[in-house]
Design a protein. Structure first.
Length: 613
């Protein structure tokens, strides 16, 4: 399930980043036909891989098989899942999946519809893996139920991964359909999206467990001696929860337990039938203590923090990746091309660094903390029970009865052997428990500092604005080659150069505007200000600044233009004219400009020899 979380995040991002264009295939029928061929080849490959795995299983003795069969099965499933993502990417970027889905009536206005259809296609590939993997799973893990029951259980298990995304997307669709422009502007800003997502994520963590409980078909755990022992243990520990549920995961055959819910009112403890059957009362209590450890150390809140952390860096990362790629001549040629297919190729390339960042962040950074959170919960269990042995025995039984390899770790769990070894060491030296918590706290602090610094650097530091400026400059200069007489391009360049405080290039842009339109009031005014006030003495030209400012005021007697004219009078030594002009500017100025213009008046009067007021 944890692997599928990353797979589904990647699939959603691949689809969302796609630029929908009509590409290689001019008909949806052709695209569907090619996709069907890809699926048929995928089914044959799945059948081959699992048949080969079964052949290896039969050719080895039982003692040897137990050491590698679980790992081999999981490896095959992982490789096939990655292959299914690659095929999905082909269907999106080469078979124009998004383009054709948006042609379906209603799909272009409600984004949840095309996204859900695309994800359903990916689930079809996953279902193919489960279909052909079923005989191996049944043989290796002694699964007693039918094939379609197994596939249905897998779908039922994995779909809740998409619940937060689906609910968030539906909320977004609702907001975009509303006629409240101010609300839409807030939501479409990066700050608004972050605040909405943060609040939404917390609300989901609080209120989603009852929905998941219903979706998974959980029911109250039957009254038995073991349940009474669990209830008594939880009561003695002072642990608050809503209910202990029977978790029908893969028809209850999976040996596991879990806890979900941030608040006690919506907190559920989940246990499967198999777990209750194989563990003793003391071992079940150790498992409960492990789940209590997740709540005690607030691991759910940290998972929210990890998601928000990625969201913070993803905004800036997308923009900076876009600018870096767009500044490459060949890639910029694709983006600026009038052909939609080439723009689609650009966005396909853009998806690569984004996907890599997802894998790196969730698989390695978040995975590191998930492994250590599990270890922290193990240690809490051993400490609460007062002896690590019940926790160790529960882990050993879970590995043995579920068919897991003791020595195979995952990206989110240490191996059973590693967990057991560390528990034994802590039993010998309890100080290791405190050391582990301190070490984990230190890494969390380092993570917070790094993610905050990176988020600031990518979103608010000069890096992003400088790259945006470089990209826009590059874009406008390319357009200028094609349209040298376009005055709007020079205006854009003048604005960018002025923001960069590159006054020489700003002057060049305004000079070109005036060549195209000698009566452009804004260019006259802004060029006059540069010639009158530039710190670079090589740019100063007081007489010309006065001439340009007079022409600008002749076109428009606005407070801004009058201020420039007053400054031009001032630098040319005409103080009476400067005072008279700034008075006129003050008469028509807004409240927010009056303080600045008043300071200008004081400056001019000081040189005029009159007392300032």
């Amino acid at each position: 399930m944890f692997n599928n979380i990353i797979y589904l995040i990647v699939v959603v991002v691949l689809f969302q980043l796609n630029y929908p264009v009509e590409g290689l295939f001019k008909s949806p029928i052709t695209s569907v036909f090619v996709l069907s061929l890809l699926w048929l080849n995928f089914t044959m490959y799945c059948r081959y891989r699992f048949s080969r795995l079964m052949s290896l299983y039969r050719s080895n003795d039982a003692a040897t098989v137990q050491t590698w069969v679980s790992s081999a099965y999981q490896t095959v499933v992982m490789k096939l899942s990655i292959l299914s993502i690659l095929i999905f990417a082909l269907s999106v970027y080469l078979l124009d999946l998004k383009y054709w889905l948006l042609k379906v009536p209603g799909f272009s206005t409600v984004s949840i519809l095309p996204s859900s259809a695309a994800i359903s296609i990916f689930f079809a590939f996953l279902a193919t893996i489960w279909y052909y993997g079923y005989p191996a799973y049944r043989r290796f893990f002694n699964y007693p139920h039918k094939r379609w029951s197994y596939i249905g259980s897998q779908i039922k298990l994995n779909l809740p991964i998409l619940f937060p995304w689906a609910i968030l997307t539906m909320c977004y669709d609702l907001i975009t359909l509303l006629t409240w422009p101010s609300l839409r502007r807030v939501f479409e800003s990066e700050t608004g999206q972050f605040m909405f997502f943060s609040l939404f994520l917390v609300m989901l963590v609080v209120f989603l467990p009852p929905l998941i409980k219903y979706w998974w078909g959980c029911s109250t755990l039957p009254e038995t001696e073991k349940k009474r022992s669990i209830v008594h243990f939880l009561r003695e520990a002072g642990f608050k929860y809503r209910e202990i549920l029977r978790w029908p995961l893969l028809e209850g055959w999976t040996v596991t337990a879990g806890v979900m819910g941030l608040l006690p009112r919506f907190r559920y403890i989940l246990v499967t039938d198999s777990l209750v059957d194989i563990l003793s009362k003391e071992e079940l209590n150790a498992v409960m203590a492990h789940e209590m450890g997740h709540i005690r150390y607030r691991h759910i809140l940290f998972y929210i923090l990890f998601l928000l952390g990625y969201m913070v860096i993803s905004f800036g990362l997308f923009d900076i990746s876009f600018y870096v790629m767009a500044l490459q001549p060949r890639l910029f040629g694709l983006l600026s091309s009038q052909q939609e297919l080439q723009a689609g190729i650009f966005y396909s390339v853009l998806s690569v660094p984004i996907i890599l960042s997802i894998v790196l962040y969730f698989r390695y950074i978040m995975g590191f903390f998930m492994r250590n959170f599990e270890r922290q919960a193990d240690l809490y269990s051993a400490k609460l029970i007062g002896d690590p042995e019940p926790t160790i025995m529960s882990l050993e039984k879970i590995a043995r009865f579920s068919g897991q390899s003791r020595h195979r770790p995952s990206w989110h769990h240490f191996s059973i052997a590693e967990r057991v070894a560390f528990l034994w060491r802590c039993g010998q030296d309890p100080r290791l428990i405190t050391r582990h918590s301190r070490r984990l706290a230190l890494f969390l602090i380092i993570f917070l500092v790094l993610i905050t610094s990176l988020g600031y650097a990518l979103n608010f530091a000069p890096l992003k604005s400088n790259m945006e400026s470089a990209f826009l400059t590059h874009l406008l200069n390319r357009q200028l080659v094609e349209s040298p007489g376009n005055i709007d391009i020079y205006r854009g360049l003048a604005s960018i150069y002025h923001n960069r405080e590159d006054l020489a290039k700003t002057q060049w842009a305004y000079e070109n505007i005036l060549k195209l339109n000698p009566d452009d009031g804004l260019a006259l005014n802004n060029l006059a200000w540069i010639l009158a006030t530039a710190e670079d003495t090589g740019l100063l030209d007081y007489p010309r600044a006065l001439a340009l400012a007079k022409r600008a005021v002749g076109i428009e007697r606005s407070p801004t233009f009058l201020d420039t004219l007053a400054e031009a009078y001032y630098v040319n030594g005409l103080y009476d004219e400067a005072v008279q002009t700034i008075h006129e500017a003050l008469e028509n100025a807004s409240e927010e400009d009056r303080e600045y213009l008043t300071s200008q008046l004081k400056k001019f009067k000081k040189r005029q020899g009159l007392p300032g007021r």
